[in-house]
Structure formats: C-alpha cells, structure tokens
Design a protein around this ligand. Structure first.
Ligand SMILES: Nc1nc2c(ncn2[C@@H]2O[C@H](COP(=O)(O)OP(=O)(O)OP(=O)(O)O)[C@@H](O)[C@H]2O)c(=O)[nH]1
Length: 430
C-alpha cells in the first residue's frame, strides 16, 4: 500500500509516522501542497492523508487536483479540527473520501489499522450469504462456490426458517429460490424482508427461478429483488452476481457509516465533545414540540463562565481549553439520558432538560454552581453565571422565547455580581 501524508507540522508528522509504523505502513511525508501534487503526479498512491489547514490553501485542493488529473485510484483522507458542516460537505463533494477529526485519535488509529488489514480489492469483497433452497444438491454446490469465493454461506430450506435467521443475523446477501417448501415462497420471503425494520429491509435479495418469461422477471424485480437468475443456474454466473451485490452492499454500508460519522462530527463540538449549535438548531425545537405535545415540563439552563478572558490571559489559552473541557465533563455528569448539553460557543453552554420542572432546574443550577466551585476545573477557581427558565407542561412557547428568557437571566446574573443563579419566566405569547 502506497501512502502519502501531506502534513506541514513536524510534530504532527512524527505522531502520524508512529501510528503508521505501528501498523507496518511506511508512508512518504511532504509538507506542502505543491510537493504533494507533484508526488501524486509522479507515482501511483493508494491513499493521501492530508491536513485541512495548509499555508497555500487547504487539503481539499489535493482532492480537486486528483479529480482534474482524472486520478480515481487515490483516495484522500482529510484530518481536520474543522466542524463547520458546509466546509465538510464541500470537502466531500470535492472528492475527499473520508474526514477524520484531529481530536479523534482512536478513529484515526482504527482507520489506519483497517487500511493495513484490508488492502481492499473492491471486486473481491466477501460477506455473509443466506442461501434458501429446498434442493439439497443445489445448496451444497452453490454454498461451496460462494465459500470458495471468500464469503460465508449459511443455508436453509424454507422462508420461515430464513426469516428467523435474518432476524438474528446481519446478512450481506440473501439468495432465494422462487418456489420453496413451506408457507412462504421466495417472493413472500423477499416481501417480508422489505417490511423488516431498519437496515435489514435493505438486505440485497437475489431470486432464482425456473420461470424465465419476461413478465415473471419483471414481477420479481418490481417486488424489490436486486437481481434475478434463471434456472438452470450457471454456478459461476450466480457467484459473480452474488459478489457484485455483496460489494455494492458493503460500499453502501461504508458510505452510510461515513455519513453518520460526518453527521455526528458536524453536530459535535470538537473541543468538549458536547453537542454544538448545529445540533441545537436541528433538535431543540423538536424536543420542545415533544414536550408541548405530551404536556410535560421542559427547562433550559444557560451557563456562562465568569471572567473567562482573564483565565486565558493569565494562564494561557491551553489552560483555558482545559477549563472548558472539564466544565463540559461536569455538565455531562449531571445530565440524565434525555438531557442535552450543548456548547453554544466560547465559554457559554446550554442544557436542555426535558421533564424538569422550575423547581428542579433551580435546584440543579444551584448544585452545578457549587460543583464548579468545589471541582476547580484545571485547578483554577472558576465560577459561572446561570440563567434558567422552564416551560411548564401544558403551556406553549417558541424555542426562541424560551432561550431568550434563559439568556436574559444570564445577563441579569452577570449584571448583579456573577456566580449566581437567576430564574426568568417565559414571556407569555401576545
Ligand atoms: N481557551 C479558549 N478560550 C476561548 C474559546 N472560545 C472563546 N474563548 C475566549 O473566551 C473569552 C470570553 O470573554 P468574554 O466574552 O469577555 O467573557 P468573560 O471574560 O467570561 O466575561 P463575563 O462573561 O462578562 O464574565 C474570550 O477571551 C475568548 O477569546 C476557546 O475555545 N478556548
């Protein structure tokens, strides 16, 4: 595997090199965009790892360069502290294959290990296949061919048994004969799979049938089969088609996984691992609507650290960051499963507390205020101003009304001496 790493920082180069070497990978290192571009033009790299922030541009430019030069073989992995969704989306559209947050060394190490383990040949992806046929000779032949191609093959003779196996396992492909012993035909089994919840409903299904007329083939495909093979089966053809479906499924799974990671990353504050403003915009109104629908209480707590600028100025930005991380941990420690802790930006945090009454939120804020004093994040005396509000069950409000009330309460806490909790009722609608 030939890997290029574009990393201007010498320290980062040393760290990355250690990670690669631990997996027996020996990448080339370059420090500038120009050198990286000239390297990928000269030699065929499987993978380029690049830092996002570069003096001459961004790591995304290397993906653009590969696109321009019609290089589809080299994948580009972006290492970044960036969490703005538009930038990350642009990076993916420009051809970045994967984005890994700088702070997430576990994800990076896992990725490098997988890279070392895989040396993936996309035509040869193996998977777990369920073969359903009541003809035992056919089953033995097909299963041994599928196994010879590197996949695992489990077999059963009817649709009912198949559905039980699918409920307990994750298959990458189901191959079903059209006619089966038992109540469910191959087509019934296909329909039952499509009606399952979650990912299982998308399991690729190939149907085998002796009925070769075009109407039957169309019917099978219309019902949601991914492929169709006519009997008598040419075993090699079936195995090639099976491998194609497995490969498509695996690639789709990988894209899904990346999309999920990107989504999580776009919703997470990189410094504290709390949710960020994107999460707030997307989920807060939904939580409020749920509370109003079920007529339950929902409280908000805005926490703004006091004189944080002075902490940075006196002890340095890194110590300031440490304070923010430890405060975030304290906030998380008091959250219940349904609570949400968000970093609004800088030294300002928000807790959304479903099922929490006015009395409850006042108590919680006071506990937190004292916990901050006692815990001394980063071994410093840190205090916070707390603005809280509550929408009591059965009342109606916009999220912005609720937020304004908590935010105004924080201002009042700041104006009246800091290190205190102020409750403000939500303004009633005109
Ligand atoms: N270390 C660190 N500092 C940050 C971060 N984000 C914002 N800040 C700093 O937080 C400070 C916030 O200062 P101000 O808004 O004046 O607030 P304050 O000093 O806490 O004053 P009061 O809120 O009035 O008590 C600024 O100096 C910002 O540079 C960050 O991610 N890390």
């Amino acid at each position: 595997m030939k890997i290029l790493v574009l990393e201007p920082s010498r320290v980062q180069q040393i760290i990355l090199n250690a990670m690669f070497r631990a997996c027996d990978l020996y990448p080339e290192f370059v420090a500038s965009l120009a050198s990286a571009m000239s390297e990928v033009d000269k030699a065929e790299y499987d993978c380029v790892f690049t830092s996002y922030s570069l003096k001459e541009g961004s790591g995304v430019d290397i993906a653009r360069h590969l696109k321009r030069t019609n290089n589809t073989k080299t994948s580009v992995i972006l290492l970044t502290t960036e969490d703005r969704r538009t930038i990350l989306n642009d990076a993916l559209s420009a051809g970045i294959t994967r984005i890994i947050p700088r702070a997430n060394t576990v994800e990076l190490e896992t990725f490098i290990r997988e890279l070392a383990d895989s040396d993936v040949d996309y035509q040869q992806m193996s998977g777990k296949v369920l073969f359903i046929d009541d003809d035992r000779t056919m089953t033995a032949i097909i299963c041994s061919m599928i196994e010879a191609s590197g996949s695992e093959c489990i077999s059963c003779t009817n649709g009912e048994e198949a559905m039980a196996l699918i409920a307990d396992n994750h298959f990458d492909l189901v191959i079903a004969d059209y006619f089966l012993d038992g109540k469910l035909t191959g087509l019934d089994t296909l329909l039952a799979i499509r009606q399952m919840g979650g990912k299982r409903a998308r399991t690729p299904v190939m149907v085998i049938s002796a009925q070769t007329d075009v109407e039957r083939r169309i019917e099978i495909l219309k019902k949601g089969a991914n492929d169709y093979v006519a009997k008598p089966v040419v075993e090699e053809e079936l195995v090639v088609r099976a491998n194609n479906l497995i490969t498509q499924k695996k690639l789709f799974d990988r894209v899904e996984e990346q999309r999920e990671q990107l989504r999580n990353m776009a919703m997470t504050d990189q410094l504290t691992a709390l949710y960020n403003r994107h999460f707030l915009v997307e989920f807060a109104p939904k939580r409020l609507a749920e509370a109003m629908r079920h007529k339950t209480d929902l409280s908000l707590m805005v926490v703004d650290l006091d004189h944080f600028k002075a902490i940075n100025d006196t002890h340095g930005h890194d110590r300031g960051d440490q304070v923010l991380r430890e405060v975030a941990d304290i906030l998380k420690s008091v959250c219940r499963k349904e609570d949400m802790a968000i970093r609004l930006g800088g030294e300002e945090f928000l807790l959304i507390l479903p099922h929490c009454s006015a009395e409850g939120v006042i108590k919680k804020a006071e506990e937190l205020r004292l916990l901050l004093l006692k815990t001394r994040p980063a071994r410093l005396d840190v205090t916070g101003s707390f603005g809280i509000t509550c929408l009591e069950g059965g009342n109606q409000a916009d999220f912005s009304d609720l937020f304004t009330a908590a935010d105004e309460a924080v201002y009042e806490a700041k104006d009246t001496g800091r290190n205190k909790v102020i409750f403000r009722a939500v303004a009633s609608p005109e």
